[in-house]
Design a protein around this ligand. Sequence first.
Ligand code: BES
Ligand code: ZN
Length: 589
Amino acid sequence: MTHDRHSYAEPALVRTTHLELELDLDFTAKVLAGSATHTLAWSGPGDRLVLDTRDLTVLAVEGSTEDGWEPLEYSLAVPDSELGSALTIRTDRQQRVRVSYRTAPTATGLQWLEPSMTAGGVLPYMFSQSQAIHARSWVPVQDTPSVRFSYAAHVTAPPELMVLMSADNGTASRRTGSYDVVMPEPIPSYLLAIAAGDLVFEPMGDRSGVWAEPEMAKLAAAEFADTEEMMRVTEALFGPYRWGRYDILVLPPSFPYGGMENPRMTFATPTVVIGDKSLVTVVAHELAHSWSGNLVTQDSWDDIWLNEGFTSYVENRIVEAVYGPELAVMETAIKQHATVVKLDPLSAAEQAVELPGLNHKSEYHGTSGLGPLKGSWFLAWLEERFSREVFDPFLRGYFDRFAFQSINSEHFAAHLREQLLDQHPGVVTDAEIAAWLDEPGIPAFAERAQSARFELVDQSRDKWLSSGDLPDAAGWTTHEWLRFLDAAPDVWTADQLQQLDREFGLTGTANGEIARRWYSIVAASTYTPAYGELASFLTRVGRMKLVLPVYRALVDSTGRDFAAKVFESARPGYHPITIAAVEKILASA
Ligand code: BES
Ligand code: ZN
């Protein structure tokens, strides 16, 4: 087992196998209070249980006895700014340990939204985001993906609010103020999730539906209407969907990610609900995690590529099967471009840090880091070399073999050797595999995705930049626009910005992926006529991938002041994780 340096837990000694949560949601105090009861499996000698916590107030700790509960001694360590405080409990190796606690209003894993920050504007909303190490801010838990447990929860809340968790919620949106859910499959702590708000259910198919505020539910169900088909094609490729239902909860625009693969209940940003399905690959991505990540899990954050790299690959296969190879290739080309653009200016030594071999440990436990992209590129390369006929059953066998387990890169490498390389000798060399797994950078022999449509886009961009002739973009899809902006120079002239904007109306676009690229160029070019819309975009949306690049470009060009002013008005609507990330960018100025 890998040592997880992001957790104080000691899973070699004892592990939680089942968790029972009793929680009450207090929207006035912005506090979640109750208890977490751990059912434990002891393996080594020892008389203590160490749980991860951050900013929790521990009220009592008890251990099970033959006829009830007895108080246990415990101590809460001085907090570490990144990891929180270890809660060390003296035990008699009890089978069950119960911690009574409450969260802080500033819990890093929760956001409490005033009614004014919701679509309806009447009821409040709250949601969690546990990945990577924020579960500990709302549940005292062994907060490491190497430990898996099933859970059951009883949650009370104001009766006008619906409560949902990453569990078996059912589809009846009857509000009672008292909810019971079960997650029968063992999951790692970062997949613990909860949300409450004015939420209604809109079915999409037999196994899938959307939960959202009433204003949003039908729109989202139409946007995500291909979900059942995505499930079917993934099952055909990589084996059964093992989680029962697959529902999607649409969050307010402050949700800091595009999506979060909470089992049975993907959490999704509303910024992809724009009416043309052009950004629904987020659903393909989060659904893919039902195999890579949720079913087969990395046992520490150092091996995140096993999760996000595989998911990015599976996502691409889903996109190809549902929407065709042309879109799949465009998506791959966009991801590869993002990797390569970041890497090209780096020296070999810097590349080694940014993009180590997949077997080397990276610093990644957030969203930065390029290992995931290298991982998906590696799998696509294997697929190409071995052919789908061989590679697809191999990958399916991998998901079957390690289902509901947490593993590391060495487990994968051994499985690869045994089940693929040794079975088909001579297809790839050891040196090639080592280049992916052990050496920095992207191997020189890795081929980049070629999109004929992107080549045309590149030509029309070059022509426009040299002659001023506007591109013939009437039939362009979102992805062609993304390519146009991605591969353009960072800084444009005011004339160029104005000409393109007048013709295509990019300022004010409803498409967040276009917006983040457009406003980054606007900011880098100090094109002040668009700053009003830029500021309103940054205030309306809190998804980090969309807002952080714009803040970075602003700070680098116009300096800190304007960015800080926009942040000041946007901040009340941002999630704590986004606030911390923007503050870091401003501090670097
Ligand atoms: N699980 C990730 C989000 C994440 C990663 C949260 C690391 C915290 C730490 C999620 O599946 C993801 O990758 N989301 C992407 C979606 C995209 C790749 C389609 C996002 O948020 O942009
Ligand atoms: Zn992901």
